[in-house]
Ligand binder design. Structure first.
Ligand code: ADP
Ligand code: GLC
Length: 492
């Protein structure tokens, strides 16, 4: 099958979070299954570090009566040779950030992604791409579903293209003032509560949900959560109306990039069989790097993520203050950036308890790998989590995840209880409430097993490291769905 994946970020070219990991790894997995895959993303400043060629093809798009011109560049995902088309318009995309800088969203985000949306559909014609399915991701691409249905479907070459829309995070909906409707080039009649309008605003995520042939989200549990309140963030009714074509497919991980046996960011490598010495060496390295006392016997708890309300770092901060004040022998290593208030709270915490807490406020893929390898426990107190990738990375590195029982964390971490202990299927600890009692309970459980039941701990590590978290299965499920939505399209 011929698949075009459109997204606003893809690793390693441009990344702010897990969306990029997925859009970098899924095309490779689909190509390995024998599909003909191409990826299309904006040519941000960060993409310019990678070699690419101009295609020489120009595009012209009319936005609110103005002609806007751009071009396409082309590069390849290394090794597997998946082509990546980069939509180039330096005014829109050659900026410091992808969507914002200094925590302020770019004022022209709607226009930027309207341009990108047209550029994706125009690429099919201008670059002569063979496409059976366009796979869209998140609000930045939602308009493409409407444009394909309303404008392009009748054009030669577009008649049989089906559209799959994946929701990675329903909390980000691409909401703009009603006046932004004029940028889309679509008739005002589509600005109604059943299609593109939501609480008097233009809503591009809703647009994607309404106009696509099929919808997925990134775990089965999150697929259930978003069809009711509060999980649906106001779009639960829209999703319920499309329940027949809504599926949850759990994300996989790039098992080449995240492999403790070969990880290029680690000085020491290990397998499930050598994890005991291997992880200790990684732990000592991490302590060294983070200026913490070098001790193999102290439990190290790691956190990595965007500093937003979603990730629950504020709960972790409260927990760490309590544990440190009580003099508990634990080391904490935190990596993240985002909310400036939270960034400051983390800095204060680290300066107050410098023997127990190390904080790095930045984006560093290298350090993320080192924390995930060198910690004993990985904490994810997310208030909600569509899938989550860092717990999957942790599992593969034998770092036991302690997670809030929400979204994809429920689908990917198997809680330790008498049954799972006996069956040797447990891989982590889930706690029920995202509050200080919940997180304390979860961490205390984990510490108790770590300190007092080393055999159970080792078994959990072994089970976790032997799980198949690769993309293979999930890529197969996407391929099935592509087929299904093509069959179900009214005109085919
Ligand atoms: P989300 O997409 O909601 O941010 P995921 O767990 O799906 O959450 O993916 C987050 C990705 O971003 C992971 O690859 C994680 O390692 C990475 N990441 C997040 N914050 C940082 C950071 N400060 N430095 C390096 N990597 C980060
Ligand atoms: C989103 C979600 C995260 C998910 C990622 C990739 O950013 O917050 O849970 O893993 O997308 O699908």
């Amino acid at each position: 099958m011929n698949i075009l994946i459109a997204a606003s970020e893809a690793a390693p070219l441009a990344k702010t979070g897990g969306l990029a990991d997925v859009c970098g790894a899924l095309p490779k997995a689909l190509a390995q299954l024998g599909h003909n895959v191409a990826l299309i993303i904006p040519a941000y400043r960060s993409t310019k570090k990678f070699p690419s060629e101009p295609t020489g093809v120009e595009l012209k798009i009319s936005i609110a009566g103005r002609e806007v011109r751009g071009t396409y560049r082309k590069c390849f995902i290394p090794e597997i040779g998946v082509p990546v088309y980069l939509v180039e318009h330096n005014g829109y995309f050659d900026r410091d950030g992808l969507y914002n800088s200094d925590n302020e969203d770019y004022a022209d985000n709607c226009e930027r992604f309207v341009f990108f949306s047209y550029a994706v559909l125009e690429a099919i014609r201008l670059l002569n791409l063979q496409v059976d399915v366009i796979h869209l991701n998140d609000w930045q691409t939602g308009l493409i579903a409407a444009l394909q249905t309303i404008y392009y479907r009748d054009k030669p070459g577009y008649e049989k293209i089906a559209v799959l829309f994946t929701i990675h995070n329903i909390a980000y909906q691409g909401v703009f003032p009603a006046s932004a409707m004029t940028l889309t080039g679509l008739h005002w009649k589509y600005f109604n509560w059943l299609q593109m309008e939501c609480f008097d605003h233009l809503n591009l995520l809703k647009t994607g949900i309404v106009f696509s042939d099929g919808i997925t989200t990134v775990s089965p549990n999150y697929a259930r959560e978003i069809t009711s309140s509060p999980g649906g963030c106001g779009l639960e009714d829209v999703l319920r109306a499309r329940r027949d074509v809504l599926w949850g497919i759990t994300n996989g991980i790039d098992v080449e990039e995240w492999n403790p046996e070969t990880d290029k960011f680690l000085e020491n490598h290990y397998t499930a069989a050598t994890r005991s010495e291997g992880k200790t060496a990684c732990k000592l390295d991490l302590q060294n790097r983070m200026d913490l006392p070098r001790r193999a016997d102290v439990p190290v708890i790691g956190l990595v993520g965007r500093l937003t309300e979603q990730k629950g770092f504020d709960l972790a901060v409260e927990l760490i203050y309590r544990k440190a004040a009580a003099g508990e022998d634990i080391q904490w290593v935190l990596l993240g950036s985002g909310d400036p208030i939270l960034e400051n709270r983390l800095r204060e915490l680290a300066s107050r308890y410098s023997q127990n807490v190390a904080v790095s406020i930045r984006y560093s893929n290298e350090l993320a790998h080192q924390i995930i390898a060198g910690s004993d426990i990985f904490l994810m107190p997310s208030r909600f989590e569509p899938c989550g990738l860092t717990q999957l990375y942790s599992l593969r590195y034998g770092t036991i995840p302690v997670v809030h029982a929400t979204g994809g964390l429920v689908d990917t971490v198997r809680d330790l209880n008498p049954e799972t202990e006996a069956a040797k299927t447990a891989t982590g600890i889930l706690f029920c409430n995202a509050d200080i009692q919940g997180i304390t309970w979860g961490i205390d459980q984990a510490l108790n097993i770590y300190r007092n039941r080393p055999n159970v701990w080792k078994q959990m590590q072994e089970t976790a490291m032997n799980l198949d978290t690769s993309w293979k299965q999930s890529a197969g499920k996407y391929a099935e769905l592509y087929k299904k939505i093509r069959r179900n399209r009214p005109e085919t």
